[in-house]
Design a protein around this ligand. Structure first.
Ligand SMILES: C[S@@+](CC[C@H](N)C(=O)[O-])C[C@H]1O[C@@H](n2cnc3c(N)ncnc32)[C@H](O)[C@@H]1O
Length: 252
């Protein structure tokens, strides 16, 4: 990296929707990727309590991006998240209505059933974060790849999670060499894949850093940057919480 990389997550990003999720380490990257890509159509497979999805939506709104977002989930859970109750969907639905009304839509259904609602080559950014067995991730990728625009991006969460019968790591290991990809290793791993084609003449800086300027050193720097960015965000939130507690203790 020859220039100073100062993305929007560093300048102004305070997550509006904090819930427990292993996605927490990727919030700055998710926010910056949306700001850089300016997607007309964003789709998430697997939303649960909405940590990743609402980070994307927040970036759409704060960076004044004119696009549509869809969160697809049964909102019932699976064998890895365990089954959960209606309170999860209700909280996600309320937050969505309150903050992202008019451009963000929840599709409460199986991924398979949602396919027919999307045209071929219509999606700019897809996040695959559903059931994490090798078979499920392979199927999600095979089903949804044709829906991605040339030059569009697919994110895969948990490509470094080697627990239970998780198999995203195995699938990622198989396909990463056959595509243009970048791998974050922290936060259970986040794979970034770019579909061939599209107009790349005006690629944003983040995409250049991820895909065009790949040397061992540049990859290590961008990985380190986003590890630090997520730690910075976590520490900032801790400090703000402490200040708030102190202020409310002082007031009582
Ligand atoms: C790992 S969680 C998603 C985590 C979320 N992206 C976050 O930021 O925390 C996986 C979700 O995928 C959903 N899911 C798994 N398989 C599915 C399928 N075939 N169709 C619809 N939803 C599915 C589950 O209900 C669960 O809520």
């Amino acid at each position: 990296m020859s220039t100073v990389y100062m993305p929007p997550s560093i300048r102004h990003f305070e997550p509006l929707h904090m819930v427990f999720s292993t996605w927490v380490d990727h919030l700055p990257f998710g926010y910056d990727l949306v700001a850089a890509l300016r997607p007309k159509m964003l789709v998430e497979l697997g939303t649960h309590k909405g940590l990743s999805y609402f980070t994307f939506c927040q970036s759409m709104k704060e960076n004044e991006i004119d696009g549509l977002c869809y969160a697809i989930d049964t909102f019932e859970g699976d064998e890895h998240t365990d089954k959960y109750d209606e309170s999860v969907f209700n909280a996600v639905n309320n937050h969505n209505r309150q903050h992202y009304h008019g451009f963000s839509y929840l599709m409460r259904m199986y991924f398979q059933d949602a396919l027919r609602h999307f045209n071929e080559e219509s999606i700019d950014l897809l996040h695959i974060d559903g059931f994490h067995t090798y078979e499920a991730v392979s199927e999600d990728f095979a089903n949804w790849y044709p829906k991605i625009k040339p030059g569009g991006i697919i994110l895969f969460h948990d490509v470094q999670a080697r627990l239970q019968d998780f198999g995203a790591w195995k699938f990622w290991d198989e396909i990463r060499g056959q595509h243009e990809t970048f791998t974050f290793n922290h936060g259970f791993g986040l794979g970034v894949l770019r579909k061939p084609g599209g107009d790349r003449s005006n690629d944003p800086e983040l995409l250049k850093l991820l895909f065009e300027e790949q040397t061992e050193d540049s990859c290590a720097r961008i990985r380190a940057f986003y590890v630090h960015a997520s730690k910075h965000l976590e520490n900032t939130r801790k400090v703000k919480r402490l200040q708030k507690d102190k202020a409310s203790n002082g007031a009582s």
